[in-house]
Design a binder for this molecule. Structure first.
Ligand code: CTP
Ligand code: ZN
Length: 161
């Protein structure tokens, strides 16, 4: 099966404590946890209670990251954008210590206002009040305004302002 623990060893393998209420983003591709936090706009400055496990052993992925956010249930928009960097993630909504909802992320057809175009001549980056818009491809994203395709390093385009 695709569980991350083996029978009887679950206690030994729990790296970060359970949360009471909030969201667990599980099965994040190894090394992407900090990008997940960037997408969610979490930098610790607001006093958010967040736990991160990085490069934890997993059956489904060779290594996975896991992010637990206390006191916050992610919106569908936030989950959609997460899918760009964490396509295998599962989102677990936790209430009073129980997982009450579990869903896999799904790639949206387009993302608006989330990524900034790397093309300095693009209308979205030269000071005009135009909201960025990217079509989501199999293996990357494409700017709807200038056609620039980005396959690697999508997380670096995330507009953190
Ligand atoms: N979790 C948590 N706090 C809780 C409940 C669950 O941090 N109060 C975490 C678990 O540690 C796990 C994830 O949320 O990483 C999903 O929990 P659960 O569905 O119970 O685990 P699995 O069945 O192993 O999940 P999956 O089948 O998605 O691998
Ligand atoms: Zn562009």
């Amino acid at each position: 099966d695709d569980h991350d623990h083996h029978d009887g060893n679950a206690d030994h393998e729990l790296r970060v404590s359970k949360i009471q209420d909030g969201t667990v983003i599980d099965h994040v591709r190894g090394g992407q946890a900090l990008n997940v936090l960037a997408i969610l706009g979490i930098d610790g400055g607001e006093g958010e209670e967040v736990s991160v496990g990085m490069n934890v052993p997993s059956d489904r992925l060779a290594r996975k990251d896991i992010v637990k956010v206390e006191g916050r249930e992610l919106s569908q928009d936030e989950v959609d954008v997460l899918s760009l960097i964490a396509p295998d993630a599962s989102i677990n909504i936790v209430r009073d210590y129980d997982v009450v909802e579990k869903h896999r992320v799904e790639r949206p057809a387009v993302v608006e206002g989330v990524l900034s175009c790397p093309n300095a001549d693009c209308i979205t980056t030269d000071g005009e009040p135009v909201t960025s818009r990217f079509e989501v491809l199999q293996d990357g994203v494409r700017c709807s305004y200038c056609g620039t395709i980005v396959r690697e390093g999508i997380a670096e385009l995330i507009d953190t302002n």
